[in-house]
Ligand binder design. Structure first.
Ligand SMILES: [Zn+2]
Length: 393
């Protein structure tokens, strides 16, 4: 019943059908219109997503990358030893170039007389077997005074000696003060290894000058000779040698800034040596890494053979080796020179000098010397910035 009614309705109301048709047409039109609007909006969205793909996302990736890289670097700077390793590899290469080759010692200039003493009238009262050694000492002692390292103390003698036994290979020099009764004051000798003059492997004026300065600094006393706060000898020795090696650097830099070319090259040779010793100490769990670096960049064939020769001995004395590297090179370099130049902190020498005296000439007032790092800083130039940057202390 309902169907015919429906059909009858549709049939009997032609106007309504026309309306429906019109409505249908309008719907279709609307649909088509919608479709076209949809296409247009899809085109716009496509443009936007293209911009996202091509510009925004890559930018975001780069930004995240930069932040990640900076975070990693900051973390590595604070929590790893990488900055120090990079620092010392680069400075070792730079210093190696600036230090140049060994400077042969001019035997004629040194006038070494072995076991026979030189005429003391020619050497200002200082016992010696080389007038050259006395002349050098006469330049070094006033320099130490000028650089606020020492109080101007001269040795009683400065001599070359052939050290005995294993010391012959391992000791460059010593400073020896001994009391001989009935004298009230000790006799102090600066002693240098004769190998500097007789062994081709040691023949280097840079190294001889550094050792002579080092031993003359011990002679100035203070914390270069004794540390009253330390009782046991190993710690005492570590303190004395580190301070003395540190002050030697400033003395070499000062001499260099006074146009002593041997001192300039000795300074860089010592910087190289300190950086390499520090690197070697830091990489002691992976010695092949240090040796690989040194063999590729710093050693020629002869140096490599010498290094292997030396390694065969020190391989049996590892603890002693790292102890020596630490006290003569790593500690003075990292804890004194680098910190001193970075923060402008002078080296406390413990050397007391007197400024005022009573009418009998007895001292009444004095002050302790603090050695500034000004010449070292000056000589390092740009590399002071590099060292400071990668010294995260
Ligand atoms: Zn020493």
């Amino acid at each position: 019943m309902s169907t015919p009614r429906k059909s009858s309705r549709s049939k009997t109301v032609p106007g309504k059908s026309a309306i429906r048709k019109t409505a249908r047409t309008a719907k279709q039109g609307a649909k088509e219109a919608k479709g076209s609007i949809g296409k247009k909006s899809r085109q716009k969205t496509g443009l936007r997503s293209g911009m996202w793909r091509r510009v925004v996302i890559p930018l975001l990736i780069v930004a995240v990358g930069i932040v990640g890289w900076a975070t990693t670097l900051t973390w590595a700077y604070r929590n790893t030893q990488l900055p120090q390793v990079l620092r010392d590899m680069v400075i070792a290469l730079v210093a190696h170039t600036k230090a140049g080759e060994d400077i042969p010692i001019d035997a004629g200039l040194i006038n070494y007389s072995g076991g026979t003493a030189q005429d003391i009238d020619e050497t200002w009262g200082i016992e010696t077997n080389s007038i050259w050694l006395v002349r050098q000492t006469m330049q070094i002692v006033p320099l130490l005074y000028y650089e606020e390292i020492g109080g101007g103390i001269y040795p009683d003698g400065v001599i070359f000696v052939p050290y005995l036994g294993i010391r012959s290979f391992h000791v460059g020099g010593t400073m020896d003060c001994r009391q001989y009764a009935p004298r009230a004051v000790p006799i102090c000798l600066v002693i240098l290894n004769e190998r500097y003059l007789t062994d081709p492997g040691w023949n280097d004026a840079r190294s001889l000058l550094s050792t002579l300065i080092h031993e003359t600094i011990h002679l100035q006393g203070g914390l270069f000779l004794d540390d009253p706060n330390v009782q046991d000898w190993p710690t005492q020795s570590a303190h004395l040698e580190a301070k003395t090696s540190a002050a030697t650097m400033e003395a070499l830099a000062a001499l260099c800034n006074y146009q002593n070319e041997i001192a300039c090259r000795a300074f860089w040779a010592e910087i190289e040596s300190m950086a390499r010793a520090t690197l070697r100490y830091r990489l002691r769990e992976a010695p092949w890494l240090y040796n690989g670096f040194a063999n590729i960049f710093l050693r020629d064939g002869i140096d490599e053979r010498t290094a292997r020769k030396s390694a065969r001995y020190w391989g049996q004395h590892q603890d002693e080796l790292y102890d020596i590297l630490n006290k003569y090179q790593m500690t003075p370099y990292e804890n004194m020179l680098l910190v001193g130049t970075k923060y402008g902190l002078p080296l406390n020498t413990g050397v007391l000098v007197y400024d005022e005296f009573d009418s009998d000439g007895n001292p009444t007032q004095g002050h302790y010397l603090n050695m500034p790092w000004d010449d070292t800083y000056d000589l390092l130039g740009f590399w002071a910035w590099w060292l400071n940057l990668l010294t995260p202390i």
